[in-house]
Write a protein that binds this ligand. Structure first.
Ligand SMILES: *[C@@H]1O[C@H](CO)[C@@H](O)[C@H](O)[C@H]1NC(C)=O
Ligand SMILES: *[C@@H]1O[C@H](CO)[C@@H](O)[C@H](O)[C@H]1NC(C)=O
Ligand SMILES: *[C@@H]1O[C@H](CO)[C@@H](O)[C@H](O)[C@H]1NC(C)=O
Ligand SMILES: *[C@@H]1O[C@H](CO)[C@@H](O)[C@H](O)[C@H]1NC(C)=O
Ligand SMILES: *[C@@H]1O[C@H](CO)[C@@H](O)[C@H](O)[C@H]1NC(C)=O
Ligand SMILES: *[C@@H]1O[C@H](CO)[C@@H](O)[C@H](O)[C@H]1NC(C)=O
Length: 382
C-alpha cells in the first residue's frame, strides 16, 4: 500500500484521472466516440462494447452478463459468437489443487522476507530481498521441472529489480493474465535507516503469489493465455516498479485480459466480520463481478465492495488515489481488480512501521487469497 504524503502534484493528477476511468478506456479504444455516458450507467458492458465497436461489429447482441468475459475480451468475431464458457467452470480441477496450498511454505518465506532489516528500494538490503524472491521463484519452477516457465529480473533505473515469472500460453497471442504484488517495504518515518519488516505490507501478498504459482505448477497448469506473476520493486516509492513495467507493456501494445493485485492479506480487526474487501477505484466493473464469483466459489469468505462499507470515509481512506499497484494498470486502461484483507479502517494498523511483523499475520485469513490467486490464474488463463 502506498501512502500519499501530501504531494500536491499527485493529488492534482489524480483529481483529473479518477472520474474519467471509463472515459479513458473508451477514448483510447474507440478514438473519442462519446458513448461514455452509456458505459458509465452500465459498466458491465464496457470492455465488450469497446472491442465490438473497435472491430465494427454489432453491439446489440452484447448482453450484460459475465458469462463471456474471457472470450469477448479476446476480441474477435468468432470469439464473440462462441461466447459460452461460464467464468467459473473448472471447480473439479481447481478445488483439488487448492488442497496442495501450503501455509508452512508461506510462513517460512514471510519470516525470511521480514528478516531483512528493510526491503526499501534504495537500500542494499532491498536488492538482497529482490534476489531472494528471484531465487525462491526460480526454485519453484525448477522443482516442478517446468523449463517452459521463465523467471526473470526486470531491471529499473534504481538498484532493486522487479521479478516476473511467465507461464507461456499455448496460444501465445491471447491477452496476458497478470497477478501482482510488491515485495519492497518502507519505514515511513525513516525510509533510509528505519526498520521495515513489511510483513503484511506486502509480505503477505508476495508469499500468496509465490504459493499460488507453486500450486498451479504442481497441478500441471498449462494455460492457453500467457499467465504472469509479477513481484514489484519500489511500490512504496510511488508505484515505481509497476509503472515501469506496465508502461513497457503498454508501449509494446500488450493486451492484458485481467490484472489482479494482492497487497495486505493477513489481518482483520478481531471481533469484526471477516470478509474479502474489494477496491472500487481504478478497478474494472466486469472483472470485479468475475472476481466476486471466484470468491464465492473458491473461498470461505464473503466479499464487500469497500465503497459500500466506508461511505463516510474520506477520499484517502477509500484508497481512491493511486494507493497500490492496481492503479498503475488501471490508469493505462487495463482491467484490474484488487481484493484485500479488510475494509479500510479494519485492516492492519502497523503499516510502514517496525511493528509490521509476521506474528500479527493471520494465516487462516491470508490463505484465502492464495486460493483466490490460483482460481483467478486458472479460470482466466485456461
Ligand atoms: C480477427 O480475425 C481476423 C480474421 O480472422 C483477423 O484478420 C484479425 O486480425 C483478427 N483481429 C484480432 C484483433 O485479432
Ligand atoms: C459460482 O459462480 C457462479 C457464476 O459462475 C455462480 O452462479 C454460483 O452461484 C457460484 N457458486 C456459489 C456456491 O456461489
Ligand atoms: C499436488 O502436488 C503433488 C506434488 O507435490 C502433485 O503430484 C499432485 O498432482 C498435486 N495435486 C493436484 C490436484 O494438483
Ligand atoms: C527513472 O525511472 C522513473 C520511473 O520510471 C522515471 O520517472 C525517472 O525519470 C527515471 N530516472 C532516470 C534518471 O532515468
Ligand atoms: C473518491 O472518493 C470521493 C470522496 O469520498 C468520492 O466522492 C468519489 O466518488 C470517489 N471516487 C471513486 C472513483 O471511487
Ligand atoms: C484469524 O482468523 C480466523 C478466521 O479466519 C479467526 O477465527 C481468528 O480469530 C483470527 N485470529 C485472530 C488472532 O484474529
Amino acid at each position: 500500500m502506498y501512502l500519499l504524503l501530501g504531494s500536491l502534484l499527485t493529488v492534482v493528477l489524480i483529481a483529473n484521472a479518477v472520474p474519467t476511468y471509463y472515459d479513458k478506456i473508451v477514448d483510447s479504444k474507440i478514438n473519442g466516440r462519446s458513448s461514455t455516458s452509456t458505459l458509465k450507467k452500465n459498466p458491465q458492458l464496457d470492455i465488450r462494447k469497446v472491442h465490438a465497436l473497435q472491430q465494427g461489429l454489432p453491439t446489440s447482441n452484447i448482453v450484460a452478463s459475465i458469462t463471456c468475459i474471457k472470450h469477448v475480451v479476446v476480441a474477435n468475431s468468432t470469439k464473440l459468437t462462441s461466447c459460452i464458457d461460464p467464468p467459473v467452470s473448472h471447480q473439479e480441477v481447481i478445488k483439488p489443487m487448492l488442497e496442495n496450498i501450503s501455509v508452512c511454505n508461506m510462513q517460512m518465506q514471510l519470516d525470511h522476507l521480514a528478516g531483512f532489516f528493510t526491503r526499501y528500494y534504495k537500500s542494499p538490503m532491498g536488492l538482497l530481498a529482490s534476489n531472494y524472491v528471484l531465487d525462491i521463484v526460480r526454485g519453484v519452477a525448477g522443482d516442478a521441472s517446468r523449463s517452459d516457465v521463465s523467471v526473470t529480473a526486470f531491471n529499473h533505473n534504481w538498484s532493486q529489480p522487479s521479478i516476473i515469472a511467465r507461464i507461456p500460453g499455448s496460444s501465445p497471442l491471447l491477452p496476458i493474465v497478470i497477478l501482482g504484488a510488491h515485495f519492497d517495504s518502507i519505514n515511513a518515518k525513516d525510509p533510509d535507516n528505519g526498520q521495515a519488516p513489511g510483513a503484511d505490507d506486502d509480505g503477505t501478498g508476495t508469499v500468496n503469489l509465490i504459493e499460488a504459482f507453486r500450486t498451479l505448477l504442481m497441478g500441471g497448469f498449462r494455460p492457453s493465455h500467457p499467465v504472469e506473476f509479477h513481484w514489484y520493486a519500489a511500490e512504496e516509492g510511488g508505484l515505481l516498479g509497476s509503472r515501469d513495467i506496465a508502461t513497457t507493456y503498454k508501449n509494446a501494445n500488450a493486451e492484458v485480459l485481467g490484472y489482479m493485485n494482492l497487497d495486505e492479506t493477513g489481518y482483520f480487526k478481531p471481533g469484526t466480520r471477516e470478509v474479502i474487501a474489494m477496491q472500487p477505484a481504478f478497478t474494472n466493473g466486469e472483472l470485479n463481478v468475475f472476481l466476486q464469483a471466484l470468491i464465492t466459489n473458491y473461498t470461505r469468505l464473503p466479499f464487500v465492495m469497500d465503497i459500500e462499507a466506508s461511505g463516510q470515509a474520506t477520499q484517502v481512506l477509500q484508497c481512491n488515489y493511486t494507493c497500490a499497484d492496481h492503479a498503475t494498470w488501471g490508469l493505462l486502461g487495463y482491467p484490474t481488480t484488487f481484493p484485500y484483507e479488510a475494509m479500510i479502517g479494519y485492516g492492519t494498523r502497523s503499516l510502514h512501521t517496525a511493528e509490521d511483523t509476521p506474528d500479527k499475520v493471520n494465516w487462516t485469513h491470508s490463505v484465502e487469497f492464495t486460493k483466490l490467486a490460483v482460481a483467478f490464474a486458472y479460470e482466466l488463463g485456461i
